[in-house]
Design a protein around this ligand. Structure first.
Ligand code: ADP
Length: 262
């Protein structure tokens, strides 16, 4: 029998590598705990803000509604101001609802399942029928769109947000065309939602995924500026990434990656 005697120097360096590895693992565990704690604090903050803002917002809505209902005696200018207050209250309400949603967003792998995306997107389109009918919208879905592995409610939110944005930020007087598909390599699925809308100026293509950033590419569209921030958080919770490629006046393509179904 051949006995290989390990050199003492070799053994020492293996031991010290083991120690380093243990230390790194400990650091990683501590960092993960810290991150979870920060995440919980942030979600609590979102909850508190949305909770505290609900009452004053509904009071403003209530009183302006009363004034508008008795509006016959109001000067035209005052009625106009009241209408504007109402519109801003709509936006505040959307922000509060989105912050509430963020406070409940708690995605972990125990919630993951295989999702038939054809069905999921069909549900979204049926649910958004009013938007689709009013905007002359065609949605083309790649026939063999691969299933995703993830949190159903989260991915429903992602696709619905991207589709509704494609309709919201459309070019006036032109039918909306939305294409949904997937490119894949060995490890990842890269889904895309492409539109023929107004496009996004290059200065905003990264920051639109941050909180409250609106690209200013259209004036009168209501929104919270939180939609894509929520979408990015959902994708990141799946271990994926999201980005956009766009040409002003030509349209935008939102891409996001998800790991393949294990
Ligand atoms: P909002 O509530 O303002 O729609 P989002 O976070 O969903 O917030 O989007 C951020 C900004 O990105 C929007 O205000 C808009 O300027 C721009 N945007 C998002 N989607 C599109 C799109 N499909 N085409 C053009 N611009 C878009």
């Amino acid at each position: 029998m051949l006995l290989v005697k390990r050199h003492p120097v070799e053994r020492d360096s293996r031991d010290s590598l083991q120690i380093q590895l243990q230390e790194l693992k400990q650091q990683l565990r501590a960092r993960t705990r810290e991150l979870h704690q920060k995440e919980e604090e942030l979600q609590h903050l979102f909850y508190m803000i949305s909770h505290e803002l609900r009452t004053p917002i509904s009071a403003i809505r209530g009183f302006t509604s009363i004034l508008l209902e008795d509006g016959s005696e109001l000067p035209a200018e005052s009625a106009d101001y009241l209408q504007r207050i109402h519109k801003n209250v709509d936006r505040l309400e959307k922000i509060v609802n989105d912050l509430g949603l963020l406070s409940r967003l708690n995605i972990n792998e125990n919630l993951f399942e295989v999702i038939n995306l054809q069905e999921l997107i069909s549900d979204i389109l049926i649910g958004s029928y009013d938007h689709i009918r009013s905007g002359q919208v065609t949605v083309s879905i790649q026939p063999d769109l691969p299933p995703a592995y993830g949190y159903r409610e989260g991915l429903h939110h992602v696709f619905s947000n991207l589709i509704l944005n494609a309709i919201k930020y459309r070019k006036r007087a032109q039918p909306v065309q939305i294409d949904i598909g997937c490119l894949q390599d060995e490890f990842f699925l890269k889904y895309y939602v492409r539109d023929n809308g107004i496009g996004i100026p290059s200065a905003y293509r990264k920051s639109i995924f941050d909180m409250f950033v609106r690209a200013g590419n259209v004036k009168k569209v209501n929104g919270s500026g939180l939609g894509l921030y929520i979408v990015r958080r959902i994708i990141q919770a799946h271990g994926g990434e999201i980005w956009v490629e766009s040409r002003v006046g030509r349209g935008s393509t939102f891409y996001f990656t998800l790991a393949k179904v294990p």
